[in-house]
Design a protein around this ligand. Structure first.
Ligand code: PRP
Ligand code: ZN
Ligand code: MG
Length: 221
């Protein structure tokens, strides 16, 4: 990346995309039109936005491929369980959108209604690191079954006894006959800063952008 342009990693599509796009727009960032492009240049700031999968954002920022990134705390802290470099990333700003909770849930009217009931059971999740850490803290020994998605079908398909998954409206749990009984993590979108971001030639642009983000957040309250 050019040293005097700031690079920001943003989710390509999904939970964070709309909020990220709106934040940038309200912060006055104008992007050059480029359909399906990985990288889009700003027309009015020395800033390049990289559109990638949210799961890749912490590693892009930790490695210095991007200076900053907008990502959910759920993804950030899950990956921090697996990587020292990601664990060392700095949260520059909490952004107040894409709020959701990582929750343990089990079939309605089933035998699992609290954390202690998970002993000896199986839990399907896309968040094995955070789930394992939570169970360890509670002293509960359960088997974790990692799934890439559609975790909510696992109990019905007899893949697992319980799940640990993101909940925002609760509609997915409801539709699958599941009830949440414990919150593992509360999450929102955050701006993360990479190790070299403060010293590169675009540090001033970063300061300006963070300032504007703070203005947008304040105006929402
Ligand atoms: C999460 C989660 C549920 C859904 C919950 O999926 O896995 O499927 O959101 O939201 P609700 O409480 O509003 O129904 P996400 O959209 O993050 O995608 P993924 O399952 O592909 O990871
Ligand atoms: Zn993802
Ligand atoms: Mg889902």
């Amino acid at each position: 990346m050019s040293a005097d342009r700031l690079t920001l990693a943003v989710q390509k599509k999904g939970r964070l995309f709309e909020g990220s796009e709106e934040l940038l727009k309200r912060a006055g960032v104008k992007l050059a039109y480029a359909r399906d492009a990985l990288l889009r240049r700003s027309e009015n700031m020395p800033l390049d936005i990289m559109f990638i999968r949210d799961d890749d954002i912490p590693n892009f920022v930790a490695s210095g491929a991007c200076d900053y990134g907008i990502v959910g705390e759920n993804v950030l802290y899950e990956l921090a369980e697996r990587s020292q470099r990601v664990a060392g990333l700095e949260v520059a700003l909490k952004l107040g959108f894409a709020r959701c909770k990582l929750k343990l849930a089990a079939p309605k009217d089933g035998p699992i209604a609290r954390v202690e009931d998970l002993a000896g059971k199986t839990i399907a999740t896309s968040y094995p690191g955070l789930t394992r850490k939570f169970l360890q803290e509670r002293g509960v020994d359960a088997e974790i079954i990692e799934m890439g998605g559609s975790v909510e079908v696992a109990p019905r398909m007899n893949i697992a006894d319980a799940i640990c998954d993101l909940v925002s409206t609760g509609a997915t749990l409801e539709a699958n006959g599941l009830v949440a009984f414990e919150t593992v993590l509360e999450s929102e979108a955050v701006l993360i800063r990479g190790p070299k971001a403060a010293v590169n030639g675009a540090a001033e642009t970063a300061e300006l952008l963070i300032d504007r983000f703070q203005g947008v957040i304040a105006s929402r309250q």
